[in-house]
Design a protein around this ligand. Structure first.
Ligand code: ADP
Ligand code: MG
Length: 429
């Protein structure tokens, strides 16, 4: 059965040509992964990095043998995996603890499932709990633990089976920043000795700094469907100093890879050259919401953090950011999103002034200039179809109905022109 496969002793676990479709409730198939090739070697930490929804967790589950891929194969130490992948311990993003069991029991249950005798269960559980710094909390219940302690318990569980290969799915996303920093360093400490397990770690993250701190290799994924965009080696020596210049340079580099083709900056030249640019599908309140959020953060934040903290899907957050940038309310240097002077002025203004400032900004966009000029020429009234045609001519590949709807919302907010749906008529106010 293994004859066709060249023996790769330097590979611990591997996904070959993996594609995956999910079947939706209505029976249609959604392709979430396309031709994924990833190999993890012994003694290595590999990270899957990409925006929310790109398929990171699905790749992890496929490598763990929890999901059978639609196409392609998984290998562990050169053997094709059918069913669960041997040697794997998993730390899930949600803690997956049993609330009615104590800390010790939550670990022992995993060892019992692994078939260990009761004596051994107790001894190993105790050691794992000590290793993650939960000694003294053996008899506590999960509800009595902080987020960071719950995560430690999740790690203790995964480590207690002495897995050769540790999988972690966004393990620190539910703990505060300071605790996360400590836990990252502790996991690396556990992994580092070459003669003890875990030998390798596969982690999933959308946090660039986290993967630069932890990983030896970073698999950068793109979305819809998830594909490997590139794999970046991380040569930084350990222990890593998150404030060193080399560290920051690698963070910047990854940031550029991820955002380079998609960042709002792409709208810049089109606007400046006076062509009609697509309007991101966003409501005015979403744009205002972003500005207010940024203000609460002192005027600057990282786009990944904004998406995570405001509960917006990453792609939609990009659309809102792009909209705010087209309106000159934010700037998007490679590190993140920054309120501009105009943005601050807008936030400081009363409701009526905000509308004026909004109007001023949309009138810098070619689409609004053209529609406004058309309205003036036509004595204040034009049909919606006329404007739709304008949009189709300028941007044949855009969804013109959506763009029309967004345009109407933006224009209404700035009191620039109104739209009556029944009559399909735009009019100056
Ligand atoms: P990530 O971990 O990168 O956020 P996931 O692997 O969880 O992404 O999901 C990838 C895509 O697959 C998403 O669009 C998600 O909505 C979809 N998806 C995940 N699990 C299922 C499922 N069980 N059924 C249908 N769609 C799913
Ligand atoms: Mg996930």
């Amino acid at each position: 059965m293994t004859t066709a496969i060249e023996l790769q002793t330097d590979v611990l676990c591997e996904a070959r040509n993996v594609s995956h479709d999910f079947v939706m409730p209505n029976g249609s198939r959604l392709r979430v992964l396309e031709n994924i090739n990833v190999a993890i070697k012994p003694l290595e930490v590999v990270a899957l990095l990409g925006p929310s929804g790109c398929g990171k967790s699905t790749i992890l589950r496929i490598l763990a043998g929890l999901i059978k891929p639609t196409e392609g194969e998984v290998f562990y130490r050169g053997q094709r995996v059918e069913g669960l992948t041997p040697g794997v311990g998993i730390v899930f993003q949600s803690f997956a603890l049993y609330p009615w069991m104590t800390v010790a029991e939550n670990v022992e249950i995993v060892l019992r499932a692994a078939g260990l005798p009761p004596e051994e269960q107790k001894a190993r559980a105790e050691k794992a709990i000590r290793t993650v710094g939960l000694a003294g909390f053996e008899e506590a219940y999960p509800r009595e633990l902080s987020g960071g302690m719950k995560q430690r318990l999740g790690i203790a569980r995964a480590l207690s089976v002495h897995p050769e290969f540790l999988f972690m799915d966004e393990p620190f996303s539910h703990v505060d920043a300071l605790t996360a920093e400590g836990l990252r360093a502790e996991v690396i400490d556990l992994w580092e000795p070459e003669d003890s397990n875990p030998s390798s770690i596969l982690m999933v993250s959308h946090d660039i700094k986290e993967v630069v701190y932890m990983a030896d290799r970073i698999v950068v994924l793109s979305s819809h469907p998830g594909r490997v965009r590139t794999i970046v080696e991380n040569p930084l020596p350990r222990p890593r100093d998150t404030r060193s210049r080399a560290f920051e340079e690698l963070v910047d580099y990854l940031h550029e890879i991820i955002t380079g083709t998609e960042m709002p900056d792409a709208a810049g030249p089109a606007v400046r050259e006076g062509r009609i640019a697509p309007l991101p599908k966003t409501s005015t309140s979403e744009v205002v919401g972003l500005l207010e959020y940024l203000d609460s953060k002192g005027g600057v934040d990282d786009i990944f953090d904004v998406a995570a903290e405001t509960d917006h899907e990453f792609g939609h957050m990009m659309a809102i950011t792009k909209a705010a940038e087209m309106l000159n309310f934010v700037d998007t240097p490679k590190q993140g999103i920054v309120l501009t002077l105009e943005g601050r002025r807008f936030l400081a203004a009363e409701a009526e002034t905000r509308k004026e400032l909004w109007r001023e900004q949309i009138l810098k966009l070619k689409l609004f200039q053209d529609v406004y000029a058309l309205l003036q020429r036509e004595e204040g009234e034009v049909s919606g179809d006329m404007v739709r045609e304008m949009i189709i001519m300028a941007l044949p590949r855009e969804n013109y109905e959506e763009m029309f709807a967004t345009m109407v919302r933006w224009a209404r907010f700035g009191n620039l022109f109104a739209y009556e749906e029944d009559a399909d008529r735009l009019s100056l106010q």
